[in-house]
Write a protein that binds this ligand. Structure first.
Ligand SMILES: Nc1ncnc2c1ncn2[C@@H]1O[C@H](COP(=O)(O)OP(=O)(O)OP(=O)(O)O)[C@@H](O)[C@H]1O
Ligand SMILES: [Mg+2]
Length: 279
């Protein structure tokens, strides 16, 4: 595939999402315009219920917009695809499969079959197993590989979801509050790992978060959404902190504090109610 998408790897144009509800139509998103460059890390931040997951699901192709268009790599997003892997807000794992099997399923779907577009032949069972083991090791789950979701903690389930997305080597990683259920230390560790992985794979990332520090630490741009209904993009903040980024050094950086304050100002001062925010 040619690499000439420049600043418009993902193009979201005039997108509206209206849901049919028992009380009539509900417009969740309206007039959303956003381009994401190849290799860019974009955070979506906004109050609970403003439409972040709705927008992410549209990019994933899990739902189609009621107005406007979404394009990825010059092709209309018409459904889900292995080049766009999603980590869901509620770690949707198959409960009857082990952690290993949950990840293996995704590996098999992408790498067991030959891919004529990329000139790649289907991989052997041993190669698929090695990919699965590597993804589980990356998120520190090797010892739990043969446990089922019912036998592990919420944070561990979320890590299986992350492994499942990473193992597909997707061009686009779509993350819906992937670290929301984790304790602070595991969260910091996985944020650092995500930074390292993205630096290595050059993936394009769109990540939903409630956490201002997480948004500033990880992103190239923070897209701040207004409250719904009919939520829009209120402001976009370019985070020009040099990479690699170190959370310890950033804690004392005036530039970091400036970005942090800009996001907090938007969320607290201009967009009111804050009950679910972690600032
Ligand atoms: N399938 C649906 N049918 C009707 N309304 C929906 C549907 N999905 C989402 N909504 C509504 O659209 C709005 C946006 O929901 P969404 O889940 O995208 O919010 P969010 O920003 O991800 O919130 P949170 O931070 O709590 O996860 C909410 O008011 C929600 O109730
Ligand atoms: Mg959500």
């Amino acid at each position: 595939m040619s690499d000439n998408f420049g600043s418009k790897f993902i193009q979201i144009q005039g997108v509206e999402q209206c849901f049919k509800t028992a009380k009539g139509p509900f417009v969740a998103l309206q007039g959303i315009d956003l381009n994401v460059a190849k290799g860019e890390f974009v955070a979506l931040i906004g109050h609970s219920g403003c439409g972040k997951s709705t927008l992410l699901n549209l990019i994933a192709g899990l739902t189609l917009p009621t107005r406007g268009s979404l394009i990825c790599a010059n092709r209309e997003i018409a459904g889900p695809g292995p080049e766009r892997a999603v980590v869901f807000q509620n770690h949707s794992l198959l409960p009857w499969l082990t952690c290993f099997e949950n990840v293996y399923l995704a590996v098999e779907r992408v790498f067991a079959v030959s891919d004529r577009v990329n000139g790649r032949s289907g991989e052997s069972k041993a190669q698929l197993k090695a990919r699965t083991d590597a993804a589980l090791a990356l998120v520190g789950l090797t010892p739990a590989a043969h446990k089922r979701p019912g036998e592990i903690s919420g944070g561990m389930k979320q890590r299986v979801g992350i492994a499942r997305a990473l193992c597909m080597e997707p061009q686009v990683l779509l993350l819906d509050e992937p670290f929301g259920a984790l304790d602070a230390l595991t969260r910091a560790k996985l944020q650092d790992e995500l930074l390292a992985i993205v630096a290595k794979t050059q993936s394009t990332v769109v990540m939903v978060t409630h956490d201002v520090d997480e948004a500033v630490l990880l992103s190239d741009r923070i897209v701040m959404m207004t409250n719904g209904p009919a939520a829009k993009i209120g402001e976009v903040l370019h985070v020009e902190l040099t990479r690699p980024r170190s959370r310890v050094e950033l804690a004392e950086s005036s530039q970091y504090l400036h970005y942090r304050k800009a996001v907090i100002d938007f969320l607290y001062t201009r967009q009111g109610h804050v009950e679910k925010l972690v600032a």
